[in-house]
Design a protein around this ligand. Structure first.
Ligand code: FAD
Length: 337
């Protein structure tokens, strides 16, 4: 165990507060991160909390923001690194993007890879997984052994509705209300507290949209015979009578960059990974999360003064021909942002 010095008088013991798994939960959860400052000699490790030389946080932005606190109650983490305070604003830059996985049966070779359903109330998109697998996948292990295709759908409009009447062009198709139950996706699944029935209703809405939208030369690709079962992202859950989302997605909004922290923090042995960290990738994706993790590892290598080669960080490759457009865009940003 190496004690990491924050400054000459203080040490970080960064004890992680951990709530151990209950019978319902599969995993233990970190509920906070304490900085204990004081003369190193007096640092006492708290019993039953893991202590380590380095700490790397890879929880999502809204969880990390909870550890940092807000204007009403900043945690010692925020006091140790002012930049972390911006997370309380950054966590507002998230949006519900979760969806439903459909397990299908029958002849479905005409399904395409990525599809965007522009005329659906819940802003639906889908990925037919089979298009991207280069090795045979054991589909027979799913359903009753008769599954032939897996279609992942994403709802990008869970909440927004618009009231449009007559011939007015509605900014959201069908006013953001499903065509079967005439409610937003969130209201459909909440179903006045009956979550189990609400899930069935949401699946029915999506299945209706898929059947209606997927066709080749006017021939529908799906009918009810193709449906085996569907699975709603478990991050969409009910707690205290309300439907919540434990995994919203960070979306890039204007001025979001300045709110994002770097992988290195002011705290000598505390690093951040995760898709919200400043990276060349600059987008909440698996690439962004991987790059942030590499940056955090490089921070640890540098702090330890190790001779190991740092992880390679790749610059984002940009199409040269778009450079003039990017320049014009940057001018607009400077003038109007
Ligand atoms: C619908 C959807 C589609 C997407 N499609 C793509 C795509 O096609 N390509 C792509 O590159 N990216 C895609 N993304 C984005 C990508 O999934 C994320 O950007 C990426 O997974 C983020 O990685 P991460 O490690 O930062 O966070 P996560 O993968 O979210 O990992 C965070 C982990 O922290 C855990 N955790 C949370 N709270 C606690 C706690 N208190 N204690 C302990 N652990 C905790 C969580 O359980 C989770 O395992 C998609 C995202 C969504 C929502």
């Amino acid at each position: 165990m190496v004690d990491i010095v924050v400054d000459k008088d203080t040490a970080l013991i960064a004890s992680l507060r951990i709530e151990h798994k209950s019978e319902q939960e599969k995993f233990s959860r970190v509920t906070g991160c304490d900085l204990k400052t004081g003369p190193i000699a007096e640092v006492v490790e708290l019993p039953e909390t893991p202590t380590a030389d380095y700490y790397l946080s890879a929880v999502p932005v809204e969880v990390m923001a909870g550890f940092v606190g807000d204007n009403n109650n900043w945690s010692p983490l925020a006091e140790a690194d002012e930049a972390l305070k911006k997370l309380s604003e950054l966590k507002q830059h998230t949006q519900w993007m979760n969806g439903v996985v459909f397990y299908l049966k029958g002849e479905l070779s005409k399904l395409s890879g990525h599809s965007v359903f522009v005329d659906t109330p819940f802003a639906l998109s889908s990925i037919y997984q089979g298009r991207y697998w280069d090795k045979p996948f054991a589909l027979e292990n799913y359903g009753k052994g008769n599954v032939t295709a897996i279609l992942s759908t994403i709802i990008s409009n869970w909440k927004d509705t618009a009231d449009c009447d007559g011939d007015e062009v509605c900014p959201i198709p069908y006013g953001g209300r499903g065509r079967l139950y005439h409610q937003s996706a969130l209201a459909t699944i909440a179903h006045q507290g009956d979550f189990a029935a609400g899930k069935e209703r949401l699946i029915a809405e999506l299945w209706h949209d898929l059947k209606d939208s997927l066709s080749v030369d006017g021939e529908p690709l799906l009918d009810d015979e193709n449906f085996e079962f569907a699975y709603i992202d478990p991050a969409i859950h009910q707690s205290k009578g309300e439907v919540n989302n434990s995994e919203p997605l960070l979306v890039n909004r204007t001025n979001g960059w300045r709110l994002r922290p770097t992988a290195n923090t002011n705290i000598a042995n505390f690093f951040l990974a995760g898709d919200y960290v400043q990276t060349h990738t600059d987008l909440a994706t698996m690439e962004g999360a991987c790059e942030a993790a590499k940056r955090a590892v490089n921070g640890i290598i540098a702090s330890e003064g190790l001779a190991d080669k740092p992880c390679e960080i790749y610059p984002l490759r940009r199409i040269r021909w778009f450079a003039p457009l990017r320049y014009i865009d940057s001018l607009f940003y400077r003038w109007f942002a």
